[in-house]
Design a protein around this ligand. Structure first.
Ligand SMILES: [Zn+2]
Ligand SMILES: [Zn+2]
Length: 380
């Protein structure tokens, strides 16, 4: 259908083209945009394919690589700020809605450490004509410290998770494991976008480990998981630290984890007449293996994870020694690792009759063959 007889509202020239042949603009159906009736000459005179900001400032945290977007810091795990700059510029660019078949490319030109010139190349089809445009957007990288890193640096925390143990000091391994648990817990929270989850400080103290944690909720979650994995119990208590500016009382919460009296890998004697036990698990009731027979041992419900027992040593005290002879179903002859005398000792069911050497532990309760580590509790 011809619309001849219409005139360009800008220059007054008659528009001869068939307007109906033009591609429809998205969202413009049924409306009459004055631009759409301009002649091609007037239209292109004012046309910008690309809308770009004059410059872009990218604020990044020099500690953790977070990027400031809108009014908050976002973890993007940035290794390379150029990638961040490309992304920020791409986000900020706009293409004219009349354009179809748009293609574009953004190429960074590093000016210096903190300045990048972003060359943005665009092309698209407008009113049946291929149009292309290049804009250059200068990007300035501002290295700052995000709120979280600022709070960590300032020593901010709301909770303390204390790692202690019943009647002993937690081992290095237990402390390391507890710290790993805390870090994994924080990483999980971070992965959900939570920027309030962090460990402010970890310090070894005489009795164990203290970890300062950003929030109470996180402190509780960490304490709970450590107990699930390593056994024991935890309790929490509040300490009034100060009043805030509105007169509200501000508390810190201590989550005191108490690991069990014995740990897996320890050899104890419950002194019940059946000889020493290698502790395998201390989650719930203490469970272990009798070294004389290989039978299973489990502490009573009342004794829980802390039966009355004498400590004899740990798996780390084991020594490898030579098997001299297998005597019968109940006895085996090995070399005493200290005196090199052949000694007849009890043969537990885990003893391998084909073995030339076996690990043994010598204690006040005598010489015993140890089972392999396969049955020791490790991860929960
Ligand atoms: Zn015109
Ligand atoms: Zn940061």
């Amino acid at each position: 259908m011809s619309r001849s007889g219409e005139f360009c509202p800008r220059c007054g020239d008659a528009i001869e083209a068939d307007l109906d042949a033009r591609p429809a603009r998205p969202g413009a159906e049924g409306t009459r945009n004055p631009d759409s009736v301009l002649c091609d000459g007037c239209y292109f005179e004012e046309f910008d394919l690309v809308e770009a900001p004059d410059r872009i400032d990218v604020r990044v945290c020099s500690q953790c690589g977070a990027v400031h977007r809108g009014n908050r810091w976002v973890d993007v795990g940035a290794q390379d700020y150029t990638d961040v700059a490309v992304e920020e510029v791409s986000e900020a660019l706009g293409v004219h809605l009349d354009a179809t078949d748009v293609s574009w490319e953004v190429a960074p030109e590093q000016v210096d450490e903190n300045n990048i010139r972003m060359h943005c190349q665009f092309s698209g089809v407008v009113r049946g004509t291929l149009v292309s445009e290049e804009v250059v957007v200068p990007v300035k990288i501002a290295r700052q410290t995000c709120e979280r890193c600022g709070r960590i640096a300032g020593g901010s925390y709301a909770a303390i998770v204390q790692i202690r143990a019943e009647e002993r000091t937690p081992t290095e391994e237990e402390q390391e494991r507890a710290q790993e648990t805390a870090e994994a817990f924080v990483a999980e929270r971070e992965a959900t976008g939570d920027r309030n989850a962090f460990v402010t400080e970890v310090s070894e103290v005489d009795e164990g480990l203290d970890m300062k944690i950003s929030t109470n909720q996180l402190g509780q979650g960490i304490a709970k998981r450590i107990v699930e994995q390593q056994g024991g119990t935890f309790e929490d208590y509040e300490t009034l630290v100060t009043e805030d500016s509105d007169g509200n009382e501000v508390y810190r919460v201590t989550f005191a984890v108490r690991l069990p009296r014995y740990r897996p890998g320890e050899v104890i004697d419950p002194e019940d007449g059946d000889g020493p036990v290698l502790v395998r698990s201390v989650r719930g009731n203490l469970k272990g293996t009798r070294l004389a027979t290989g039978e299973r041992y489990e502490a009573s419900f009342e004794a829980g994870d802390a039966p009355d027992a004498r400590r004899l040593g740990t798996r780390e005290d084991a020594q490898w020694t030579t098997v001299v002879a297998v005597e019968d179903e109940n006895a085996v002859q090995v070399l005493d690792p200290e005196t090199y005398e052949a000694k007849t000792i009890s043969r537990p069911d885990y003893f391998d009759p084909a073995a030339d050497e076996v690990p043994v532990i010598k204690s006040r309760a005598g010489l015993h063959v140890l089972p392999d580590e396969g049955g020791d509790e490790q991860d929960g």
